[in-house]
Design a protein. Structure first.
Length: 238
């Protein structure tokens, strides 16, 4: 509820550009303590700037978000044919009754797009990926759909941080699908510290973990290690 409300507040400020805290309290019918908490959350993300008695929308943040969105879209279309082949192979590993974790990579999103068309009797999908959450309405209604809450990372278009990790502890993941910046003979890596933390936690649950990586990622090395290659039940590549 809090995440939804802060998004609505941000949408409101996009139009208004600036307003008082009293106006926000009345608009969203919340207490002073609640609106201060929401404003603090948005300020930490640089989505707004706090001024005396109110807030101002951060236009610079919007430009940055658009840039990040464009970068994500570029990754989504890169090596699309290879990602499609990898997704088809990964799909064959999912069975009725699985509790599946899908990360925020564009390769795993290809898997999610195919999973929509499947007809399993029982399946649960847990994800921190906004792009996968946007597909929830297309999944069969009798499946369990769980989107993790926490801090939004616009560059990765995903939810990360302590809140997401805490929620993840509640789920008995059976199969996890993830990608990476690079993988060599020894380990898989990423350039994002909080993403590495999330993936390490998923792997540590004991679930069968599968790494999806097209040929451009083989032999490439990122900044943060999140798993040794032998930690995966399988590495799927073109």
């Amino acid at each position: 509820m809090e995440i939804l409300r802060t998004r609505r507040i941000l949408d409101y400020l996009k139009t208004r550009k600036s307003c008082s805290l009293k106006e926000l309290m009345e608009k969203f019918n919340v207490s002073s303590a609640t609106i201060h908490r929401d404003v603090e959350s948005l300020a930490r993300r640089d989505a707004i700037e706090r001024v005396r008695g109110g807030v101002v929308f951060n236009d610079a943040m919007v430009a940055k978000a658009r840039s990040n969105s464009s970068a994500y879209q570029e990754r989504a279309v890169a090596n699309r044919r290879e990602k499609s082949r990898i997704a088809e192979e990964a799909l064959s590993l999912i069975q009725d009754g699985d509790i599946v974790f899908l990360d925020s990579s564009t390769t795993v999103h290809e898997l999610a797009a195919r999973l929509v068309k499947e007809d399993f009797d029982h399946l649960s999908v847990v994800t921190n990926a906004i792009a996968v959450m946007n597909l929830f309405e297309k999944f069969p209604t009798h499946w369990a759909m769980i989107g993790l809450g926490g801090n939004y990372d616009p560059q990765l278009n995903s939810i990360l941080g302590a809140s997401a990790l805490e929620q993840l502890k509640s789920f008995n993941i059976t199969k996890a699908f993830m990608s990476c910046f690079g993988v060599d003979d020894h380990c898989a890596t990423t350039n994002h510290e909080r993403q590495a933390e999330m993936l390490r936690h998923v792997i540590s649950t004991g679930a069968k973990s599968y790494l999806l990586a097209d040929h451009t990622k083989i032999g490439r090395t990122g900044l943060y290690r999140f798993a040794s290659r032998c930690a995966f039940s399988g590495v799927i590549t073109d």
